[in-house]
Write a protein that binds this ligand. Structure first.
Ligand SMILES: *[C@@H]1O[C@H](CO)[C@@H](O)[C@H](O)[C@H]1NC(C)=O
Length: 280
């Protein structure tokens, strides 16, 4: 019994040791060449974009089946309209899974939108959009994805803003079979990003630069779900900062295609599986 305990603890610490904090070791540039730059001792990475060569991006070398993924980001300051800066998880192939954070830029003085989505087996359409309670261009903030067998939790500075629960029992597909890598990118999407595409990218402000720091991916997720405090924080964010929720968008084709019904997860109560105590 004692030995079993010790060896499972050893195993756990081995798993925990797989987390790292050096862009040189942990990621590879996927596009944009010199527009993705790793600085210092590997702790800071910048993505930039200009008109002639477009944006840039990177992905993690490793892939994961569940984990906790943190990064600090400082977004494009000034007029960032038309730009999209991302941090997301994705598997490969036509029926891929994906968990998205996309920061949609805006004119100076107007708020960024944090657009989130969850794809399961190639099906997305689960957008939730938020404004933030701070200016994300002033300093670094921590953005996290927790992905475990029961819940996907997106956090901003450790405050949960979105939970997608494993509701298999009511027919909601959940990503738990395909391994995912971590991706980040900066690209131009001025046909839709800002005020539905009405505000275009001002290329006279290029190059646009976004900063990533302290990237940590670990195959342990830490928390299973939300505790009472997390649930309170989540409802605060929903009430004050959520600007779009697909479940409430009754004009969507997706709902019409579904016989006018909302997807099954929209009926699940806010807690559901999310309401469990933190395990650490
Ligand atoms: C940009 O600012 C407007 C208000 O000025 C806001 O409605 C919108 O959500 C903001 N974000 C984007 C990406 O359009």
């Amino acid at each position: 019994m004692g030995n079993l305990r010790v060896s499972s603890m050893l195993l756990l610490s081995l798993i925990a040791a797989t987390f790292a904090n050096n862009f040189h070791q942990d990621v590879q540039v996927t596009w944009g060449g010199r527009h993705a730059r790793i600085l210092g001792r590997g702790n800071l990475l910048t993505l930039s974009m200009d008109k002639t060569s477009g944006g840039s991006g990177f992905k993690s070398r490793r892939d994961y089946l569940f984990g906790r993924f943190n990064v600090n980001m400082k977004l494009i300051a000034g007029n960032s309209a038309g730009t999209v800066t991302t941090f997301y998880l994705s598997s490969e192939g036509p029926s891929h899974d994906e968990i998205d954070l996309e920061f949609l830029g805006n004119k100076s003085g107007s708020p960024y939108t944090l657009h989130t989505n969850v794809f399961t087996q190639g099906q997305g359409g689960r957008e939730e959009g938020f404004h933030l309670w701070f200016d994300p261009t002033k300093r670094f903030h921590t953005y996290s994805i927790v992905w475990n067998p029961r819940n996907i939790i997106i956090l901003v500075d450790n405050i949960p803003i979105r939970v997608f629960s494993n509701e298999k029992s009511i027919g909601v597909p959940y990503p738990n079979k395909q391994r995912m890598k971590v991706y980040a990118s900066l690209w131009d999407a001025d046909d839709w990003a800002t005020r539905g595409g009405r505000v275009k990218t001002d290329w006279s402000k290029a190059p646009f630069v976004a900063y990533y720091r302290n990237f940590v991916a670990k195959s342990e997720w830490g928390i299973q779900g939300l505790n009472a405090r997390g649930i309170k924080q989540l409802s605060w964010v929903r009430k004050r900062y959520r600007i779009y929720y697909y479940c409430n968008d009754l004009k969507r084709k997706q709902h019409r295609g579904n016989g006018g019904r909302r997807p099954p997860e929209c009926k699940a109560s806010i807690g559901g599986h999310a309401v469990v105590e933190e395990s650490t």
